[in-house]
Structure formats: structure tokens, C-alpha cells
Write a protein that binds this ligand. Structure first.
Ligand code: TPP
Length: 323
């Protein structure tokens, strides 16, 4: 069932925005070790797509994956604890930013390997369908993934076996510092069309536009249609990774950054609310995130003795080394 409520859609983009801003602060304070890839500016895509999905549907995300996990309904406190590597995290602190998952919500994980999210999701949806589950899936990936063989193999099998997967390309114009024009021959939708998949370009900065495109594709997939692709044009407001806050890379002209930031999904969706509703959502999100940060900071780190836990399937034993 598509969630058509503009207030809930605003809440999701606002939650992701403030979660990411708080997470960046926690990187700078040293509470999050190693840095993150902020999803700032791209919130409308995760929020819009997930508003078109059911709780039982499956998603996979990317290295820039916090928004996908939150939009599918993950608990922000347990997600923040995961980023801090705490025992109370979604994955007991073992996954961290780039591997956060919540199988109970169909979130099969953020993913550090560019292009892998589509292959994992195609396999997972195919397997669930074989078992008779009526799920569909959505997988997110960047423009940098569209030349990865693994993703193109996923396109092929999904199309051949009519696996109901919505391939969502978050085209933010760059793969790290590489502009799309310097890396992508042809077009992104053309890749999908080569496999017989319907494909459309949408404005990724408008959460409702994304939601409506995703809802139409999901409805066709639930009715028996095969995979589809949506290329959501977006702009990354912040760094590729927080390491860039310390190292100026100068690959985006300031005028381009200003122009990109002028189309803000949080403001675009917020403008659809009456001021009182917007203020109420903002206050509620602040209190949710204050509680999330406090919970994460107060949570214990995992016991080092459990470092090998969850690495092996049950019944197998870990080699402890030395013998
Ligand atoms: C297979 C693979 N190659 C290279 C990398 C290193 N890497 C991490 S993020 C990134 C850029 C990805 O760009 P894009 O897919 O456009 O996503 P964005 O970062 O713009 O969200 C690269 C090359 C990787 N993680 N995996």
C-alpha cells in the first residue's frame, strides 16, 4: 500500500536529514570511528521509494546507505548505536555504517561493494518468490555502479526470470570525484532498456515524484510485471565521505554545489505542510534523535571475547589461531 500522507513523507526526509547531520557531528567528535558517506541531499529517494513498499518487501542499499535503512522503518536509536559500534546496534555493532541491516524489516543491508546491492536483492527476491512469498524488492545504487558487471548481470537475470525488482539509480552526478560524463557511455536508462526493462528518469529531489514513480512500478510488478529501473536525478549536498572534510578535493565548482543545494528535498516536501504540522514533525524528530544519540553514547561496546561471534554458520567452529 503506497503511503500517500505528505506529513509522513516529510517526517522520513527530515528524520534522515537530521540523523545524517547528527552522525557527521559524531564523526567529528570521534564517537563514530572511520567516518561515513553522508546521504544528505538524497533523502527524497529512499523516502519516496520506501513509501511505495510494504513492510514485508525487501531492500538493499549502498555505502551511502543510512537513508535506505531508516526509510524502511529501522529504529534510529539502534541504527545510531550501530554506527558507533555498540552492542545495542541493529547488528550488535558488528556491521557499522556500511553494513547496517534489519532483516525483520526486509532491510538486507547497506553494502560497501559498488554494484553488489542489485545482485543480492535480485537473488533474495527470486528465492522468496520461489517459496511462494509475494514480495517485491527495491535496490539502490549510484551512477558509479552502472558499469559494474555484477549489476548488469543482475539486470539480465532479473529481466530473464521476471524478478520483481525496482532498480533505483541514485544519479548524484559523481562517483567519488568522477563525473558521470567522464565514466558513463550511453545512458543509464539505456542499460535497462537493453535488457527489455521499462526505465524512467525522475526528479530525485521531489519525494512525491519519486514515490509516485516507484508506486506505479511496484503496482506493475505486483500485478506480475518484471523488473523496472528508475534513474533518480539528485545531488549530494556534502562530501563523498567525511574524510573530505579534512582534505579539499575541489572537484565540484562552488556554483554547481550552490545550485544543487538549492533544490532541497526536505524543503520541497516541507512546503507541502502547514507550518504547524511542519513544526510538530521537526520537534518530534529532534526529540527522537536526541534520544537516539544519548542511547548510542550510553550503550556498551561489544565484549572483545565475542569478536568471532556471528562469523560462522551454526555447527561450524571458528579457528582461534595458534593451533
Ligand atoms: C566494486 C567497488 N569498486 C570500488 C569501490 C570504491 N568506491 C566506494 S564508493 C565509490 C563511488 C561510488 O559512486 P556511486 O556508485 O556513484 O555512488 P555515490 O558514492 O555517488 O553515492 C567507489 C568507487 C567499491 N567500494 N567497490
Amino acid at each position: 500500500m503506497t503511503d500517500a500522507d505528505p506529513v509522513r513523507l516529510y517526517r522520513t526526509v527530515r528524520l534522515i536529514r537530521r540523523f545524517e547531520e547528527r552522525a557527521v557531528e559524531l564523526v567529528h567528535s570521534g564517537a563514530i570511528v572511520g567516518g561515513i558517506h553522508p546521504y544528505l541531499g538524497q533523502e527524497g529517494i529512499a523516502a519516496g521509494v520506501c513509501a511505495a513498499l510494504r513492510d514485508s518487501d525487501l531492500v538493499t542499499g549502498t555505502h551511502r546507505g543510512h537513508g535506505h535503512v531508516l526509510a524502511k522503518g529501522a529504529d534510529p536509536a539502534r541504527m545510531m548505536a550501530e554506527l558507533l559500534g555498540r552492542e545495542t546496534g541493529l547488528n550488535r555493532g558488528r556491521g557499522g555504517s556500511m553494513h547496517a541491516a534489519d532483516f525483520s524489516l526486509g532491510v538486507l543491508g547497506a553494502n560497501a561493494i559498488v554494484g553488489a546491492s542489485g545482485a543480492i536483492l535480485t537473488g533474495a527476491v527470486w528465492a522468496r518468490r520461489r517459496r511462494g512469498d509475494g514480495v517485491v524488492g527495491a535496490t539502490f545504487f549510484g551512477d558509479g555502479a552502472v558499469n559494474e558487471g555484477m549489476l548488469l548481470e543482475a539486470f539480465n537475470l532479473a529481466a530473464l526470470w521476471r524478478v520483481p525488482v525496482l532498480f533505483v539509480c541514485e544519479n548524484n552526478g559523481y562517483a567519488t570525484t568522477m563525473p558521470v560524463a567522464g565514466a558513463v557511455a550511453g545512458t543509464i536508462v539505456g542499460r535497462a532498456e537493453a535488457f527489455g526493462m521499462p526505465a524512467a528518469v525522475v526528479d530525485g529531489q521531489d519525494p512525491e515524484t519519486v514515490r509516485d514513480a516507484a508506486a506505479a512500478a511496484v503496482a506493475r510488478m505486483r500485478a506480475g510485471g518484471g523488473p523496472e529501473l528508475v534513474e533518480a536525478r539528485t545531488y549530494r549536498f556534502d562530501a563523498h565521505h567525511t574524510f573530505e572534510h579534512a582534505v579539499r578535493l575541489d572537484y565540484r565548482p562552488p556554483e554547481e554545489v550552490a545550485e544543487g543545494r538549492s533544490r532541497d528535498p526536505v524543503q520541497i516536501q516541507g512546503a507541502r505542510l502547514v507550518p504547524a504540522d511542519r513544526a510538530a514533525v521537526n520537534a518530534e524528530v529532534e526529540s527522537t534523535l536526541n534520544a537516539a544519540v544519548a542511547f548510542a553514547l550510553a550503550s556498551p561496546e561489544p565484549d572483545p571475547a565475542g569478536a568471532l561471534d556471528h562469523l560462522y554458520a551454526s555447527g561450524l567452529t571458528a579457528r582461534t589461531g595458534g593451533g
